[in-house]
Design a protein around this ligand. Sequence first.
Ligand SMILES: Nc1nc2c(ncn2[C@@H]2O[C@H](COP(=O)(O)OP(=O)(O)OP(=O)(O)O)[C@@H](O)[C@H]2O)c(=O)[nH]1
Ligand SMILES: [Mg+2]
Length: 427
Amino acid sequence: MNKPILDTIKETCEIFGKYELTKGELARAEELAYKLENQKITVSVIGQFKRGKSTLVNAILQDKILPVGIVPVTAVVTTIEYGEKAATVHFTNGIIKEISFDEMSSFINEQENQDNHLGVSQVALYCPADFLAGGMTFVDTPGVGSVHQKNTDEAYSYVKESDAVIFMLSVDSPINQIEIDFLKNAKEYASKFYFAINKIDSIDEDDLADYLAYCRNLICKLMDADDINLFPVSAKKNIGIDELKTAILEDCQTTVKDIIADSAKLKMRDIVASALSQITLYRTALQLTHKEFDEKFAEIEAMFAEVQAEAAEFAENFRSNPRMLEAHMNDIKNQLSAKVSELFGIEYHYNISTVDFFRGGQVAEDGSRDLRESFTAAVAQLCADLKETLMAIFMHREENAYTVARRINDLNRLVRKLVQLRSELAQ
Ligand SMILES: Nc1nc2c(ncn2[C@@H]2O[C@H](COP(=O)(O)OP(=O)(O)OP(=O)(O)O)[C@@H](O)[C@H]2O)c(=O)[nH]1
Ligand SMILES: [Mg+2]
């Protein structure tokens, strides 16, 4: 019988708390523990632009609370929780402003808040819908894949906060590569999926049966599953909505603990892998002679300078697709990992393919200046984190051989513990 994940996380927090090197991982693990203890579940509606996500949220809540439309509409993440009707806008600079429902569209709507130039991090709504009464946070996200790159980035980032997702497809187009990529990414973070196939009012029954069989087959392969939850709906005509609501609420009542625990387990696995990288690097570095370490440190410092200069040049010449920044970021992560492996002979883990550095950025008049700044800042941070781990070595320079040996022994135990934890979390 597996140990409850909350126990595992708490034990891990205790371990992380003892080491300066794992303070970043400690904060992430503590946040997970808090969420598990409070049993708050986040259900997000995600998918390509114009699939009908906002219309579905309105249908589920039986309230035309969100703006919908024929052109890309949702530009910012909108969270909805149970409560008397109220709305607040959270800005990236930390300011929170209460607004009326009439004003909401000017913050959420892509046409009114183009490329989120107002710098909204999210809009939080409260609504007394039965569906929310159990305490879930229900989330409408911007659609991925439109020309509005920021919307895609916001949606990608928010998946990480989700425990369960309603993945929205629609019968008016076959599943495309944008959706496949997004689904693969979502699979890494959310543990429960509901596939809503929207706009079934627009095709006849035979075509629908073909479409559903096609979706089931393809999604099962993508999800590596024998079967999946498929919900044919028409958000606009209110068809199939009750079935979807009932399935979600039943799961929330009976298996909410499992859903949150599974999702916490996935997130914890990433945290432990990251801690292992820091510790393994530190331990290996500690075992080197001062001369060896100084040489390697100088070499990696030179690489930081090189990588940052290259990133600055790349950003300077960057004019178009922000995805290229992400690709370049992943390339830099790979270069740093490879360098650490080459110099220290260890595996160094990076979470590849995140778009965090786009979050909260303001798009300047030329549409790209701020993204460039976020990008170079993210690269600098990457180098600074790695440098911090290595700098810790200098603090123990003057220790005698016996103390160093004890420290290494202690780290060996810690690595063994983390490796064991990682394999427990993989089960
Ligand atoms: N025929 C039909 N049209 C629908 C249905 N649901 C949504 N639509 C239409 O699809 C369009 C897009 O709906 P939205 O709810 O704004 O889509 P969205 O996925 O939130 O779009 P973004 O926020 O831009 O990503 C609107 O014109 C809706 O009226 C449906 O069940 N049937
Ligand atoms: Mg929308």
